[in-house]
Write a protein that binds this ligand. Structure first.
Ligand SMILES: [Zn+2]
Length: 181
């Protein structure tokens, strides 16, 4: 458990449901290659299981009917304290409800659904672009992610910013019509 905490800190993650696994030699990470052609490069890879117990089905609401239902694996992209392209080979727990048949996968506060780039990496992308005035290309190189991913994160941030502004204006209008209407 304390090993988990150390690695979480090292990898800029927080979710205590992530449990790291070591290999037969007792090592917590290893080098492997990723990418094709001139994109092929050395990566530092950690492996972990994402699991927790679920007391209630999110679909039917029944209690004590959710069982473990195998695993699904995804490779996540992290920003650690290392200069390497750091990856997390994450096995995510699958769940099954014995009452309604609903199946679902464990979620982590460190990752958004269907996104392999950690939330913290996204925060750093935004900082690099807005505060450090780095170009998209430099940020991509710096964080070992594609320029397309950097652009997507940037667009999402602009969109979210827009949404917020919209809600804010909407609220203001409501207040105004309440007082003046
Ligand atoms: Zn259910």
């Amino acid at each position: 458990m304390s090993q988990d905490n150390c690695i979480l800190r090292e990898l800029n993650l927080k979710d205590k449901n992530i449990h790291f696994t070591d290999n037969e030699a007792g090592e917590w990470n290893y080098f492997d290659y990723r990418g094709r052609g001139d994109k092929r490069h050395k990566c530092l890879i950690y492996t972990a299981n994402l699991t927790y117990s679920v007391s209630q089905c999110s679909d039917c609401g029944f209690r004590d009917c959710v069982e473990h239902w195998g695993w699904t694996s995804t490779e996540m992209r992290l920003t650690g304290t290392s200069l390497w392209d750091v990856r997390l080979a994450l096995r995510k727990q699958r769940f099954h409800c014995k009452n309604c048949g609903n199946t679902f996968t464990a979620v982590s506060s460190d990752f958004e659904k269907n996104c392999q780039i950690s939330r913290n990496t996204k925060v750093i992308v935004k900082q690099n672009l807005n505060e450090d005035m780095m170009t998209e290309k430099t940020v991509a190189k710096h964080l070992h992610i594609s320029p397309n991913s950097v652009q997507r994160i940037e667009y999402d941030a602009i969109y979210e910013g827009g949404q917020y502004k919209y809600q804010y204006n909407f609220k203001n209008n409501i207040t105004e019509s309440y007082f003046h209407g």
